[in-house]
Ligand binder design. Structure first.
Ligand code: NAD
Length: 470
């Protein structure tokens, strides 16, 4: 495993002005590696480099940028094993999931490479031609979370580069190492200053969002941080894409084939140990099927192999960090005290590591914290309903709206319900599935703006109308 990690500023590997901080393996609580701790002066140097590089990178041809992204995808693929190992060690997920994350990074990079930046002709008459062009914005600041660190960095960086922007990225201090490796790879294929990475916490994130030379922030993380960013970004009216928290509801309609859907429900609720923004977080089940659904989910939960993600056979890793681990414990204890019934899991594992087994909570109600708050961990509260109208109302009675799902054998009936859900993506007989060609984003306090597809790409551009009098 790579052991030396540096900031990348203007194409150079640089030590942190403020020394280093330790990155901790959540499965062992041991140090994975020392990570450079950047200063705000180093951030300023990175932004200056990115601004300088933008002067030429913005005029590179579409073909040049497309080819650069394809070469980057090839290099990510060639380094897949090393990246996956670092992801397992710093993030905690099982190896198969880390490999899927790297595979996703490659696929997204290739897809983004091949997207086109359209020029629309709005009028072409005898005396006039009006065209709508899309221009890059300048320096883009990317701030990422710790749950899918490589994937999300790719989601931010690739469309920014593809459209001719330059980037300063700050990954989460909990999982920064794979993003440094990604930035090293990118730097082999783009001019110095186009891609910069800074690690370190205190002040760097807010210095990015307040920086006068940064034109856009793409942020994935919690809603409170998103609110702070929006306030800070007002100084120079930065463009924002905010992908924030969720608390996704899933509704099982009474006609659903429980045997057929149980595995899908479990996997999308517990994806990445439940630490997925658009994981199914509240499950509404009709009275007539309630016991059967709970029984099935418990059987699948009990079949999981909880352990270190590096160990063969592990299907379920630790919670990523101590704070999150403590929050999960607290919310489950609160549910127990409020009268919910823990059907499986419900207690942390003893010993080293932040291990909390998959937990199914029955007799949950909407006033319990485990249902009302974004728990972001390996717990699924199951809520009983008898009237579909009531289930839809409860699903929507939430200040965030990232994803939602309806599970049924009757696609038409399910679609009618799905379209009433207040969320950015509504799935039928699925959940948490994101794809490079399907725009993804939230409504309400899950943020605004979308990623992916052409709509996502264009968020990294500003329109320029060219009005030609012939
Ligand atoms: P977080 O908001 O605590 O941190 C995210 C990033 O913001 C980190 O890099 C952090 O260092 C940085 N940061 C913290 N304070 C900042 C500030 N004041 N200014 C600028 N940057 C700051 O989130 P997290 O705990 O790392 O991630 C979990 C959250 O992310 C959950 O709420 C989850 O739902 C959300 N998430 C959303 C999506 C989505 O697409 N909507 C995807 C993944 C995760």
């Amino acid at each position: 495993m790579q052991t030396e990690f540096s900031l990348i500023i203007n194409g150079n590997k640089v030590a942190g002005d403020r020394g280093t901080f330790d990155v901790i393996n959540p499965a062992t609580e041991e140090v994975v590696a020392a990570c450079p701790y950047a200063s705000v002066e180093q951030l300023n140097a990175a932004v200056d480099a990115a601004e300088e590089a933008f002067k030429t990178w913005q005029y590179s041809s579409n073909e040049e940028r497309k080819q650069a992204l394809h070469r980057i995808a090839d290099r990510i693929e060639a380094n897949a094993a090393a990246l996956a190992e670092v992801i397992v060690k710093e993030q905690g997920k099982p190896m198969f999931l880390a490999q899927a994350e790297v595979g996703g990074a490659v696929a997204w990079t290739r897809y983004t490479a091949d997207l086109e930046i359209p020029v629309e002709v709005l009028e072409d008459s005898e005396n006039k031609r009006i065209e709508l062009h899309r221009k890059p914005l300048g320096v883009v600041g990317s701030i990422t979370p710790w749950n899918w660190p490589l994937m999300i960095a790719v989601w931010h960086i690739m469309p920014a580069l593809r459209t001719g922007n330059t980037v300063v990225c700050k990954p989460s201090g909990l999982t920064p190492l794979n993003t440094i490796m990604l930035a090293e790879i990118i730097n082999e294929e783009v001019p110095a200053g186009v891609m910069n990475v800074l690690t370190g916490e205190a002040g760097i994130g807010s210095a990015i969002t307040g920086h006068e030379k940064i034109r856009k922030i793409v942020f994935t993380g919690s809603t409170p941080t998103g609110q702070a960013i929006m306030r800070n970004a007002a100084s120079n009216l930065k463009r924002l894409t905010l992908e924030l928290g969720g608390n996704d509801a899933g509704i099982i309609l009474p006609d659903a084939d429980v045997d057929a859907i149980a595995e899908g429900i479990f996997q999308t609720a517990f994806l990445n140990m439940g630490q997925t923004c658009a994981a199914l977080k509240r499950l509404y089940v009709h009275d007539s099927q309630y016991d059967q659904v709970c029984e099935k989910l418990v059987a699948i939960a009990n079949a999981q192999v909880v352990g270190n993600g590096m160990a063969e056979g592990t299907t379920f890793g630790p919670v990523q960090n101590k704070d999150q681990f403590e929050l999960v414990k607290e919310l489950v204890e609160d549910a127990k005290a409020s009268g919910a019934q823990v059907l499986c899991g419900g207690e942390p594992q003893s010993g080293k590591g932040f291990f909390y087994p998959p937990t199914i909570v029955a007799n949950a109600t909407d006033d319990m914290r485990i249902v009302a708050e974004e728990q972001f961990g390996p717990v699924l509260p199951v809520i009983r309903y008898s009237d579909l109208e009531q289930a839809v109302a409860l699903a929507n009675n939430c200040d965030v709206g990232l994803g939602g799902s309806v599970w049924s054998s009757d696609i038409e009936a399910a679609q009618k319900v799905a379209q009433r859900l207040e969320c950015g993506t509504a799935w039928i007989n699925g959940h948490a599935e994101v794809l490079p060609h399907a725009p993804f984003g939230g409504c309400k306090m899950s943020g605004f703006g979308v990623e992916f597809g052409q709509e996502g790409l264009l968020e990294y551009t500003v329109p320029q109308t060219l009005n030609i009098n012939k």
